[in-house]
Design a protein around this ligand. Structure first.
Ligand code: 1HE
Length: 265
């Protein structure tokens, strides 16, 4: 079977450590990691394989000063796409980002600089977002004469709410710092987003993979269901996860008082 390290990637770089933590790097810094069609195909390929390759958690980071400048506007200009062409481009973005969100493997995004347009769509497909002081979020589609096509209407509005997303798109409003945390664009604001993302990935990787699979796919799936169906699906998933062999030792440790208690340090 092809391993992650064998994949022919150019715009992404991948490194797996001994604990199964996979670092995925956006590797097109000269173009501010703008997402061209080739990069999207690499994301589809990588995140199709990753859940079956023993990955315990992923850190998604970027080379250069900016996480991602969104859609490759120059490629889009030169390709002179028809409406049908661009619809298919968007469907590949959805394929990539759905593979990420529904992967079952925790993805922690280490953000810096611009996280804009499609870059924010990419970041919002991760399960946890960590920002630093340089990080800023925007949806400049309106100013470029465009509209979101990579899932922002679903994922970004889910993070910040419809009214804030519309304001960002209409007015070019930029969020950063504590305000970005407060509105839900990121969950952590730290000095070193990569170090923190790695720390969070290592913490998540301590959980049994089946628990992480449920956390990083079932919650997203259940949000797409009616409350009645989601409750049913939750019971079924909990039936499988909460009776897994990996849980038994942890429950025994709690019962015999050797497990850590849930208390603030
Ligand atoms: C790019 C792109 C890009 C940079 N497509 N090539 N996204 C945007 O509207 C954001 C556009 N980018 C920027 O506003 C700025 O580039 C940044 C604030 C991110 C960085 O500024 P800076 O001064 O560091 O870099 P730069 O000089 O603007 O760009 C450096 C190079 O990266 C330059 O290429 P070069 O060959 O002339 O050196 C730029 O052309 C290139 N570059 N950003 C293509 N986005 C599915 S629908 C999603 C719709 C959207 O994502 S809309 C949002 C688009």
């Amino acid at each position: 079977m092809t391993t992650i390290d064998d994949l022919p990637l150019a715009n992404l770089a991948v490194k797996t450590d001994a604990d199964g933590i996979v670092t995925v790097t956006l590797n097109r810094a000269s173009k501010r990691n703008a997402l061209d069609a080739a990069t999207i195909e690499e994301l589809v390929t990588l995140f199709s394989l990753l859940p079956r390759a023993g990955a315990r958690a992923v850190v998604l980071r970027a080379e250069g000063e900016h996480f991602c400048a969104g859609l490759d506007l120059v490629e889009h200009l030169h390709e002179e796409r028809t409406a049908a062409d661009f619809m298919h481009v968007c469907l590949r973005w959805h394929e990539a980002f759905n593979k990420m969100e529904y992967s079952g493997v925790p993805i922690i995004a280490a953000l810096k600089g611009a996280v804009v347009g499609g870059g924010l769509e990419l970041a919002s497909s991760a399960h946890v977002r960590v920002a630093d002081a340089s990080t800023y979020f925007a949806l400049p589609e309106g100013q470029r004469g465009l509209f979101t096509g990579g899932g922002a209407t679903i994922r970004v509005s889910d993070l910040v709410g419809k009214a804030r997303m519309i304001d960002m798109m209409l007015t070019g409003r930029i969020y950063r710092g504590e305000e970005a945390v407060q509105v839900g664009l990121c969950q952590y604001l730290v000095e070193d987003s990569e170090a923190k993302a790695l720390e969070l990935a290592r913490a998540a990787a301590q959980n049994p993979p089946l628990s992480n699979f449920a956390i990083c796919s079932a919650i997203s799936h259940m949000q797409n269901m009616s409350a009645l169906d989601a409750a049913y699906a939750e019971a079924v998933v909990a039936g499988v996860v909460n009776t897994q062999a990996d849980a038994r030792g942890r429950l025994e440790a709690f019962a015999n008082k050797t497990a850590a208690r849930v208390k603030p340090v």
